[in-house]
Design a protein around this ligand. Structure first.
Ligand code: CP
Ligand code: NVA
Length: 306
């Protein structure tokens, strides 16, 4: 994968995903290792972040390299400077670009003009690094991925899209329960369905959170209102009121089911108060695994010199 971009989970094969997972597991064991000594990484963020920003920065440090955070007021992508110029300038300085943008098209434009790898750190359409860290977490807790049933309850958003794609690649049975009008787009389901035919995964779409949760190995949810959708908050609170992970929904899943959430969480909205702290919750393992998977992603993609 050296020199390649990671814009979408659809850029990966199942073998790529497994290579990243195994490398993340190994790097988690060894801690710091100077695989990227002398390398630099730009973190170009149009939106706030805790986990993604800190995990990429620490990952670069632990790999012997260096990260430079560039927030919205510093670059002004598409305003102070065109995306295409920023991509070409950054490519002269750094060995990789991690970008969190409002639009997926901005990341794609960066990748088209950059001569170094570009990594999607969340857009309106996908959050591939999150999905990879999440699968690492499920793998650690369940010992396998094949045959695991993951129920995603909530918005058919960036997190859901990347999870669906990765589940389809890895043979995970995924059930998506979203309110009408907030489902994952049909063309994404079609892509995943075609991939699932090869991997043995299955995809179930429903509007009923209970149908999704029954007998599941993992209950996963995300915020009802994503960054950039703040003006829809009130209408979404009404639409998603039934789509909360609470003790009653959890009681329908397997007794050893995991509760997962990418964080930040809105306690009392998509998760009932206390759910994140329940014994079945692995949300902080998920957060930690962002670091280990970022190290694997960087070590795989960024080994070329400038
Ligand atoms: N889960 C996640 O991406 O968190 P941040 O938005 O804090 O980076
Ligand atoms: N769907 C959320 C994920 C945050 C990590 C958002 O885009 O805001």
């Amino acid at each position: 994968m050296e020199g390649k971009d990671l814009l979408s989970i659809a850029d990966l094969t199942a073998e790529d995903a497994w290579r990243l997972l195994r490398l993340a597991r190994d790097l988690k064991q060894v801690g710091a290792r100077p695989l990227l000594a002398g390398r630099s990484l730009a973190l170009v963020f149009e939106k706030p972040s805790l986990r993604t920003r800190v995990s990429f920065d620490v990952a670069m440090y632990q790999l012997g390299g260096h990260a430079i955070y560039l927030g919205p007021t510093e670059v002004g992508l598409g305003q102070r400077e065109s995306v295409t110029d920023a991509a070409r300038v950054l490519s002269r300085f750094v060995n990789g670009i991690v970008a969190r943008t409002f639009k997926q098209s901005t990341i794609e434009e960066l990748a088209r003009y950059a001569t170094v790898p570009v990594i999607n750190a969340l857009s309106d359409e996908e959050h591939p690094c999150q999905a990879l860290g999440d699968v690492l977490t499920v793998w650690e807790h369940k010992g396998d991925m094949h045959g695991v049933t993951l129920a995603y309850v909530g918005d058919g958003n960036n997190v859901a899209n990347s999870l669906l794609y990765l589940a389809a690649l890895m043979g995970v049975h995924i059930r998506l329960a979203s309110p009408p009008g907030y489902e994952v787009q049909p063309e994404r389901v079609a892509w995943a369905t075609a991939v699932a035919r090869q991997s043995g995964a299955s995809i179930t779409l429903t509007a009923d959170p209970e149908e999704a949760a029954r007998g599941a190995d993992v209950l996963y949810t995300d915020v009802w209102t994503s960054m950039g959708q703040e003006e829809e908050t009130a209408i979404r609170r009404v639409a998603f009121a039934r789509y909360q992970i609470d003790q009653r929904l959890l009681s329908l899943a397997r007794p050893d089911a995991l509760v997962m959430h990418p964080l930040p969480a809105h306690h009392g909205e998509e998760v009932a108060p206390g759910i994140v702290d329940s014994p079945q919750s692995v949300v902080f393992d998920q957060a930690e695994n962002r670091l280990h998977i970022q190290k694997a992603i960087l070590a795989e993609l960024l080994t070329a010199s400038p």
